[in-house]
Design a protein around this ligand. Sequence first.
Ligand code: BG6
Ligand code: MG
Length: 222
Amino acid sequence: MKIKACIFDLDGVIVDTAKYHYLAWKRLADDLGINFTEKDNERLKGVSRMASLEIILEIGNMVPDEAEKVELTSLKNSWYVNYINKMTPEEILPGSLKFIMELKKANISVAIGSASRNTTLILERVKIKNLFDAVADGNNVHKAKPDPEVFLTAAGMLGIAPENCVVFEDAEAGVKAALNAGMRCVGIGSAEILSKAHLVIRGLYEMNIEKLRAFEKKFGYE
Ligand code: BG6
Ligand code: MG
């Protein structure tokens, strides 16, 4: 079995958008009189837009009706989009481009598997949209991680079997989604939080094609 595709989560793996999500959620929480901290923001990683709002409302002990919730998420998103509209290629996380170019040279397909409905906008702003062979995101996938749908959709778009795919993920729910898809997973971040991943690194700057080949050998590929 060979690695034929690498599927990347976007937020926290290729770009650091968590800070913009935080600023936009913080503004909403302040407006609602909810005390929302950077530590609370950690709970929102990899979580869908509506589920994120629900976590914040739970912190503030608030239970608005569905219509109000939809309004609050679109308000937050409009502020978030103002931030990401100003993103530049300098915001691509270190090592990401170099590794992706190495994969392409080695004929390994590259795809995005993200919950974000703003994926296309972000990829366009940081000017890497054309690098990917497939993009599965919150617009063509509906079941949230840890459901494997987003990664299976990306693999399906590439026409590559799940066992030939490696996922790069920074969220615990994302690591679980990769394993639920029958894929190998490299966690990006804390080894403690991402303990279920086959390997954990601090960032894509720690990855290269040789390390991927070593990973291939170690984790059940021939
Ligand atoms: C994930 C982020 O990638 O996308 C979450 O980690 C975010 O924090 C989710 O809530 C949905 O993003 P968006 O852009 O559709 O609101
Ligand atoms: Mg992420």
